[in-house]
Structures are given as C-alpha cells and as structure tokens.
Write a protein that binds this ligand. Sequence first.
Ligand SMILES: [Zn+2]
Length: 80
Amino acid sequence: MVLGLARKFLCELASAAPRPRHASSERLPPGGWPDGGVITVLCGEKVHVDNSPLAWLWETCPGCNVEAHALAGVPMAGAR
Ligand SMILES: [Zn+2]
C-alpha cells in the first residue's frame, strides 16, 4: 500500500517535473482558478491552471520571476 502510494507520487512528480511554475498578476477569483482553466501569466504565456500540491515543487519560470520582481520593485538576488 505504502509502496503503491510512493510509486504513484514518483510518477506524478516525474510527469510534473518539466513544467515551470508561473505567476500571474490577475486577481484571484473567489475559490481560486479552476483546474484546467487557461490564464495569461507574467511571462506572456497562456497556461492551464494546476492547483495540485506538486505544482509548488516545479521550478520557477525565469520570465515570470523577472516580471514579479519588477512589479514588486524588488531587485533580483545577485543583480547589481
Ligand atoms: Zn512564466
């Protein structure tokens, strides 16, 4: 049972690994965006919403990271 769950988790993690984690400046609708919905993110891409806990483990999209820092008025780490 535990091994089966571990395998399922690893399979989900492996399938989720290549996707970047994007950011959006759109106002979050009540209850959040529905899974599978399409939104435009800070880097300009249109992406399908994924609210799964694994999505938080994805690597941050470099384009969204730059735009998020600019919106917040915070210099990126290492920038001089
Ligand atoms: Zn992005």
